[in-house]
Design a protein around this ligand. Structure first.
Ligand code: SF4
Length: 245
């Protein structure tokens, strides 16, 4: 698996899920490297914004692909996950569905040790999960990107994948929003893909406690107007915006 690097090893860490349905839940996170999008505000650009590429990011410098990547096989990655007694795994990225087969093998290794592992996959919603992975995932947290990402619509909204994920009972949807116009785009997707509003979370776009707090009132109002749920970014308040927490 191609994983993000943290110090001398992979970015595999134990923390509280900061966002969405499972906010506040202790979880082991595996951060895969590589993404098929390039959002201008991405908080993990070290998984894709490589030196020599033309991608535009609002603040981050370019990163060295080799220096930011750790390659492990799925069994080795499982060994890192098993360092913690927690049986909730979050596969995040980057875009973990780019490495679906490896993710499947990782889950199999973990469940061979303890069948009680619960697995959440955080995805940008552009890829259809292959059946062999779908059969072992408990929850998708789908985060389709809006125009505020700076990514071309045809790349960030993929009909087949969104249709599949919207129909899956395992999915909840989490949108990064900055203003009322963003919430209107969410409403359009809700209608097009017939997503129950109760499965939709709006989350403020921000990487500092102050930035998040400033957006809370307008996003709370947008949730109340549409029956959506509100998601904070708990880890930012608790730990700040840094890798491995
Ligand atoms: Fe970053 Fe996610 Fe956008 Fe990929 S889809 S660039 S990981 S925010």
């Amino acid at each position: 698996m191609k994983l993000a690097r943290l110090g001398e090893g992979p970015e595999i860490f134990f923390s509280l899920q900061g966002e969405g349905k499972n906010q506040g839940t202790p979880s082991v996170f595996v951060r895969t490297s590589r993404c098929n999008l390039n959002c201008s505000w991405c908080d993990t650009p070290y998984t894709w914004n490589w030196s020599g590429t033309a991608y535009v990011h609002e603040s981050a410098p370019k990163f060295d692909l080799a220096a930011e990547t750790v390659e492990l096989d799925a069994l080795e990655a499982a060994g890192w996950v098993l360092r913690w007694p927690c049986r909730r795994l979050v596969l995040t990225g980057g875009e973990p569905l780019l490495q679906a087969s490896e993710c499947r093998r990782l889950i199999e290794h973990l469940r061979s040790v303890d069948a009680k592992y619960v697995v959440e996959v955080e995805t940008n919603g552009t890829l259809v999960p292959p059946p062999e992975l779908d059969s072992v995932v408990d929850q998708y947290t789908v985060s389709p990107k809006l125009s505020n990402s700076g990514v071309e619509r045809s790349l960030r909204l993929r009909h087949e994948a969104l249709q599949y994920l919207a129909r899956s009972p395992k999915s909840v949807f989490k949108f990064v929003v900055g203003d009322a116009a963003d919430a209107e785009q969410v409403e359009e997707l809700e209608a097009e893909y017939q997503i129950n509003p109760d499965r939709i979370y709006l989350m403020p776009q921000g990487t500092t406690p102050l930035g998040l707090e400033g957006l809370r009132p307008s996003i709370a109002a947008a949730c109340l107007a549409r029956g959506y749920r509100f998601s904070d970014r708990l880890h930012i308040h608790l730990f700040g915006n840094r890798p491995g927490v």
